[in-house]
Design a protein around this ligand. Structure first.
Ligand code: ATP
Ligand code: MG
Length: 419
């Protein structure tokens, strides 16, 4: 992709009404557009990051046997009434609308009910279980507060997986396997260090549920972290009894701000019972399917990673999710037949044909502007081609997170950006 052809541009200022650092930077760099409070459009660069995050999540969900599907956004009140969740008092974030004939519809804030109804025709006997189904889909929630940028949207992306098991033991095994997949996701996203398995209230169905909380000042939650043990507890369960049970000592816990990036729950028969999701066991007895649900927020993650890694110059992306790997800047005379330009064009083709994503700054602008944009967009490697580098038969390479550039030959460049 050439910067001269990219329709988005960077800007020095963020909208005055945007208070969250993540959204300010993402808007300035041209990654997102603020449609209204809590509603953000992902522009080409931002969408690449979001898709890269989704790819990692998808790979890990597929690896544990998840089967992807896509449920509908429009929701039929009928099934939600069966579980008591159509009521605005039970679920206070509903966006509801109406058909022309005045009958009501909702926009899905979560998807347990429609998923149970969609899988129900296929579940009869114990032989049809267990399985895992998931989707990556837009959710709609009428959130009261929408001041955290893309970290709390009224329209946002969620990966939600659901497990369907025959016995408690089978459920527990699936739950554990998915928990491990979540650790791998956050590790691969580059936030493994700062992300903690956090004990939360399990509701009525298990002693605990688990949140995955990433430490950041921009988070809306307070958690109590044991860094050595690599676990935390949230405010709901922060009491002497729970601490004793988890072997935690109040004096070694650190109180920190954090953002919930994932959430996993045991549901038992909360949804299967009212929606009649049952199977016949080996003894011929009818039983309710045991469920779990497992959420993670890709669009919130874009914001959390921004908050966590950005510096005073702008965004900083881990290589695994960066929109491009290389920001290639050609300096000086930029006419087509100029020798320096030719060297840069050649490197662009070579990197691209080797599968390296390159954002090529081929514009006729001052070097300072190119450097500032390279930093603001947070692309992991900046490569400069100029009179000076061509004279030295080399390329100037700088990592986004380092201050000093290095001169390298082409082989070294290729090796570095492909590793
Ligand atoms: P929170 O406690 O932050 O309100 P939640 O507990 O309601 O979130 P879940 O319903 O479990 O969240 O959703 C699963 C995941 O979806 C969350 O862990 C989070 O990553 C993401 N998520 C939830 N609400 C939002 C939102 N309004 N905007 C962006 N991401 C969200
Ligand atoms: Mg929560």
């Amino acid at each position: 992709m050439k910067v001269s052809e990219l329709f988005t541009k960077t800007s020095k200022t963020a909208p005055a009404d945007e208070v969250a650092k993540n959204a300010q930077l993402l808007i300035r760099a041209g990654f997102v557009h603020k449609e209204m409070a809590g509603v953000y459009t992902f522009l080409p660069l931002g969408l690449r990051v979001l898709e890269n995050i989704c790819t990692i999540i998808r790979e890990e969900m597929d690896a544990v046997g998840g089967q992807e599907l896509k449920l509908t956004t429009l929701q039929d009140p009928e099934i939600w009434k069966k579980t008591g969740r159509w009521d605005d008092e039970a679920v206070d974030v509903w966006f509801k609308t109406k058909l022309k004939n005045e009958s009501e519809l909702g926009l899905g804030p979560t998807h347990e009910e429609p998923l149970v109804r969609a899988v129900q025709p296929f579940v009869n006997s114990y032989k049809d279980l267990p399985f895992l189904a998931y989707q990556i889909q837009t959710k709609f929630r009428n959130e009261t507060r929408a001041k955290s940028g893309v970290m709390r949207g009224r329209e946002f992306l969620m990966k939600d997986m659901y497990s369907f098991a025959r016995t408690q033991q089978e459920h527990d095994e699936l739950y554990e396997k998915i928990k491990q997949a979540y650790f791998r996701i956050f590790e691969r996203l580059g936030i493994g260090e700062q992300t903690f398995l956090t004990f939360a209230s399990g509701g009525m169905f298990s002693q605990y549920s688990h949140e995955f909380q990433t430490i950041t000042e921009a988070g809306e939650d307070t958690i109590y972290v044991d860094r050595a043990k690599k676990i935390a507890v949230n405010e709901e369960v922060y009491n002497d009894e729970v601490l004793a049970e988890l072997g935690l000592d109040r004096n070694t816990l650190e109180t920190v701000r954090a953002a919930e990036v994932g959430n996993i729950f045991t549901l038992k028969d909360k949804f299967s019972k009212p929606l009649d999701l049952v199977f016949t066991d080996e003894g011929g007895k009818e039983q309710a399917v045991l469920m779990g649900c497992y959420g993670v927020g890709p669009s919130r993650l874009v914001g959390v990673i921004t908050e966590l890694l950005a510096d005073e110059k702008g965004l900083v992306w881990p290589e695994a999710i960066a929109p491009f790997t290389v920001y290639l800047a050609v300096l000086g005379d930029n006419s087509d037949n100029n020798h320096v330009r030719k060297v840069a064009d050649e490197l662009y083709s070579e990197l691209t044909s080797n599968g390296v994503g390159v954002l090529y700054d081929d514009r006729d602008v001052r070097p300072g502007e190119k450097f500032a944009d390279a930093d603001l967009t947070g692309i992991p490697y900046r490569i400069v081609v100029s009179d000076k580098t061509v004279a030295a038969s080399s390329y100037e390479v700088k990592k986004r997170t380092e201050a000093q550039p290095e001169l390298m030959n082409k082989d070294q460049v290729l090796k570095m950006v492909q590793s």
